[in-house]
Every structure is written in C-alpha cells, then in structure tokens.
Design a binder for this molecule. Sequence first.
Ligand SMILES: [Ca+2]
Ligand SMILES: [Ca+2]
Length: 204
Amino acid sequence: MNGSRRLRISLLAVTTAALLGTGMTPVIAAQGDRPAPAITPSRVESLIKSNARALAGTCSGGCGHGLADAGRTLSAMGGGTTPDPEPGGQVFTDSDNWSIPDGDGRYVYSNVTVSGVSGSAPAGLRVSVDIKHTYRGDLKVQLVAPDGDVWTLKNTSAYDSADDVIGTYTVNASSAPASGTWQLRVTDVYLGDTGYVDSWSLTF
Ligand SMILES: [Ca+2]
Ligand SMILES: [Ca+2]
C-alpha cells in the first residue's frame, strides 16, 4: 500500500460547507500512520476554497467561496476520498461452547473452516480467543493449522490464578495454507478449576 494513501482524512464539518462565506472555518482533521506536514490549516483552507462549488441561487450578503466539495478537496490534497479499511478483513469464527477436559491430559478441539482465502496464511494472522475459566493458569492454548503446524498461544502457569483467557494473539502463520480447517486446541493440566472455550476467531 502506498504510504501516502494510508493517510486517513476525516472531514468534520462538511455540513458547514455553505458557511465558507460567513467567516466560519470548516475543520478538516488529518490522522495517519505518519505525520503529514504538508497539510497545514492554511493549505486546507486554501484547498477547500479552490475546490468549492458554486452555490445555487443567490445569497444575501454574497455566497463566499461556495459549497465545499469534500471529494475534490481530498483529491487535491493527495489523499483518497475513502478511508482505507482497517487491516485484515475476513473473520472466521466458532462461537459454540466447548468444555475443556479437566486435568486428565486430553485436549478439546474447536474447528474453524476457512475458505475463499487463497495462498498462504498471513505473517500477522490474528487469533482472538475467549475462554471462560476459573483459573487460567491451568490452560495451555494452541493453534493448529490446516497442514498440522502448531503454535502455542499460551502456556500453563501454576501461579496465574486469574479468570479467563480473553485476548488476541498474532501468529506468523505464513508457513501454512490459509484455507482449510484450523483448530484451537486447549488442555487443562490441573484438576479442580474448569472452564470452556466460549468462542474464537481468525482474522485474515
Ligand atoms: Ca483445571
Ligand atoms: Ca460461545
């Protein structure tokens, strides 16, 4: 992706468009992953004016610069007219509940079938996990790829007595194909406290 196109520009006062001639200043805020020093308030103002469209009809007291045109102004700034979408996009989820066997060495598996994603899985595959449990240190949580690759998302920890495993892990899964059956597998290594996989998802 072109760096400059990552610039996300929000037009906050498009509705004040017709007010250009009244002395009010529409606000255009620039946000982005990198500073955009070229976009200064005065340049924005100038671009709004030079890209404005004429107001229809007549205005008592004058029409000012006219109607601000967000699209034309953003194009003139070198930005897109549509913000880039958030990274990633396709989410595959299993939200069925799966009880985790307690302290007997067995795993529970929850499957997510990915289809329609060609090639390899991303280097930044996001794995969101929601496991309800009364002592999360009991749990070892792993991701299994369609080709059998395994990544450990979380290991057991005898002293981690907090509840639940809720979070998002990032896995370099580029060694695995994207499409196929992915598994979250969870084991509980200490008897007593119990829980279940509430849901989990993969974001490609
Ligand atoms: Ca347990
Ligand atoms: Ca659930």
